[in-house]
Design a binder for this molecule. Sequence first.
Ligand SMILES: Cc1cc2nc3c(=O)[nH]c(=O)nc-3n(C[C@H](O)[C@H](O)[C@H](O)COP(=O)(O)O)c2cc1C
Length: 200
Amino acid sequence: MSKNPHIGIVIGSTRQGRFSERAAAWFQKIAARRADLSVEVIDLRDYPMPFFDEPASPAWMPPKAQAAKRWAAKLGELDGIVFVTPEYNHGYSAVLKNALDYAYQAYNRKPAAFVGYGGVGAARAIEQLRMVAVELQMAPIPKSVNIGMAEFFGIWQQGKDFSDFPHLEQAAVALLDDLSWWSRTLQSGRQTAAELASVD
Ligand SMILES: Cc1cc2nc3c(=O)[nH]c(=O)nc-3n(C[C@H](O)[C@H](O)[C@H](O)COP(=O)(O)O)c2cc1C
């Protein structure tokens, strides 16, 4: 049997004072309890890619920017990605779009899952991310964790904790259950494809 799928939890905001890292840390704690997955938090601040400035899409030509090379190498270690996303003007963050644009093959045939927070739990941002994920040949998971208005403001500004809202953990566990299936299934599919390609 293959090793446990390795899941990256990407902090989708790099601004000072971001909520994203709190949501990522909370989700990571829940995911780390599982025996069927391994997880790590990935901070886009550690991959300071310039605004996309390459001669072609990474689908056709590997990027020259050093941070982008490191980013693709990190993505290459992953069997699935959880994007922890804010909602900015009903979309997702520019820094996250830049990170999505800066790699291609390393995203292909891997599941994408979403944890969002904001007025409507970043539902609009997540829908947009799902469309982009499809173009990156990812498999976006229908379940998501939506940290809505009351929970978001409660935790962010009113001294509450994630544990004050048990439905959030329930949603996280349900998401991880699906992510486990998809990451294992696609891991196996990628492996089979690589084996078939090597005998051609
Ligand atoms: C430019 C901008 C636009 C925003 N637009 C929305 C929005 O459309 N929907 C929403 O729920 N929150 C919106 N917000 C509030 C964010 O949910 C809040 O600032 C959140 O903390 C951003 O995530 P971050 O702290 O991880 O960067 C916006 C914030 C900014 C800075």
